[in-house]
Design a protein around this ligand. Structure first.
Ligand code: AMP
Ligand code: GLY
Length: 440
């Protein structure tokens, strides 16, 4: 059937999803709410706040999308998928209850305990003094996690007891809220991201990927949302992928269904792989990863619209996939200097067209805006978007600005292409890692 699709989100992940949906034979119409300047070249723009469920429902009642794809975690945690399903819409994205696998670390850890899913030993604390006492005697390093959504910034891997106590204090001082903390043992190994598209019972895994979370080359500096990614990840052998399926994905999908919260959408398994190739869960997410999706969508050959629609309708159609992985892809994030701390906005961007014309290269927008060319740089900082027309220019508006993503037959070539494309793009304060995929 031909799909009329509404995609929610505005990041690089959604730009990659928009491109994959748009090239699907079964995609008739694509809208994006709110989208970004890159997405608006592919999809009709819906200018609404996607966290406002009544506004989204009203729009859907008027435009009758046959499929709604939810990109980011916030609308999932806010229960937008439930509100849309109650109105009879078909949604690719889990219910609020199922999205707790991501939105509550305490829920996820207890769930893994109930279903014997491998993960680090942990304890949960809602009281600061007990948490302080516990970390004071815990072996090092120790991992302290805020029990809620924190945009990838709610985790501290403490190397010393003093750092651990400081992390506990900071979390209870309410930088993100005061829901409590999870304290867990440090897992050794290499990390990878495995995405399972599921209808609540059946699933398919997409190309294994990994991202690079630290801001600096050689995995130094602060944690970020992700500075780059590759797919397929050479860290994940076929044997390890099979273990991820049998020891993590299958018990998770089965357990969620048994507990009355079937998971429909993309189950993101963030795993640590030990020396023997055995995976343990570092985190679950209830959505696609960013920037991993930029690479995963470049290597898949599928009618992605049909794949998502079939999962959302409870009858996963794996025949919609020709190949989950053809060739290899690398995504290098161009960020604003200063990210993940404060950074300037409103810096003019040039060279995207030149970069995109290189073979295999897609430049995904993440933190960009369109402003009128005669605005001063100071004006641009406060302006968010709009002002289309001849005199408009593209400027930076976020920490992660662009995901320069390249496809090739081998990963080494893909990395070279992505780096060559990065060199063609300029904006003041442009910063990127130079070692994405290098450990590969
Ligand atoms: P999370 O938000 O749970 O994915 O944590 C962010 C990052 O912290 C992960 O990608 C890991 O690099 C690191 N991390 C989290 N938990 C652990 C753990 N138990 N052992 C080692 N590293 C961890
Ligand atoms: N790249 C990490 C995430 O999407 O959570």
């Amino acid at each position: 059937m031909l799909e009329r699709i509404l995609l929610l989100g505005s990041g690089g992940r959604e730009h990659a999803l928009a491109k994959a949906l748009k090239r699907s034979a079964s995609c008739e119409t694509l809208w994006c709410c709110p989208g970004n300047p890159g997405i608006w070249e592919l999809a009709e723009r819906v200018d609404l706040d996607f966290l406002n469920s009544s506004a989204v429902i009203q729009w859907c009642n008027q435009h009758k999308p046959t499929l709604i794809v939810i990109g980011p975690e916030q609308p999932l945690a806010a229960g937008i998928s439930d509100a849309l399903r109650r109105e009879g819409f078909t949604v690719f994205g889990p219910s609020q209850a199922a999205a707790r696998l991501e939105s509550s670390k305490a829920f996820a850890k207890a769930f893994m305990g109930r279903h014997n899913i491998p993960t680090a030993q942990y304890r949960e604390f809602t009281d600061r003094d007990s948490a302080r006492e516990y970390v004071a005697v815990h072996s090092l390093p120790v991992v302290i996690k805020y029990d809620g959504l924190a945009a990838g910034k709610g985790v501290v891997v403490a190397q010393t007891t003093a750092e651990a106590i400081e992390a506990v204090d900071n979390m209870f001082d309410g930088a993100y809220g005061t829901d409590g903390v999870v304290i867990e043992s440090f897992l050794e190994g290499v990390e990878a991201s495995i995405f399972a598209v599921t209808d609540g019972t059946h699933y398919v895994t997409l190309a294994p990927s990994h991202d690079h979370k630290r801001v600096g080359d050689g995995n130094t500096g602060k944690n970020t949302g992700g500075m780059g990614a590759v797919a397929p990840s050479p860290r994940v052998s076929n044997e390890t992928l099979t273990k991820v399926c049998t020891t993590i994905i299958e018990p998770t999908i089965r357990g969620m269904a048994e507990e009355g919260n079937p998971f429909v959408g993309c189950l993101y398994c963030g795993v640590m792989i030990d020396k023997e190739g055995n995976p343990s869960v570092v985190e679950f997410n209830a959505r696609f990863g960013d920037p991993e999706t930029q690479s995963v969508m470049q290597v898949i050959r599928a009618d992605v619209a049909r794949l998502f629609a079939s999962a959302a309708r409870g009858a996963l159609d794996s025949a919609s996939i020709t190949s989950v992985c053809e060739g290899a892809s690398a995504c290098v994030v161009l960020a604003s200097a200063g990210y993940p701390d404060s950074y300037a906005k409103g810096k003019m961007i040039t060279g995207i067209q030149e970069a995109s014309s290189l073979e295999g290269v897609d430049v995904y927008h993440a933190g960009t805006s369109i402003v009128s060319a005669d605005m001063t740089s100071a004006d641009r900082q406060i302006q968010n978007h709009d002002a289309h027309g001849d005199s408009s220019v593209l400027v930076t508006s976020g920490g992660r600005v662009l995901g320069v993503t390249a496809h090739a037959s081998t990963l080494v070539e893909a990395i070279q292409r992505a780096n060559a494309a990065c060199a063609l793009i300029t904006f003041e304060g442009k910063y990127h890692r130079t070692d994405i995929g290098i450990d590969a």
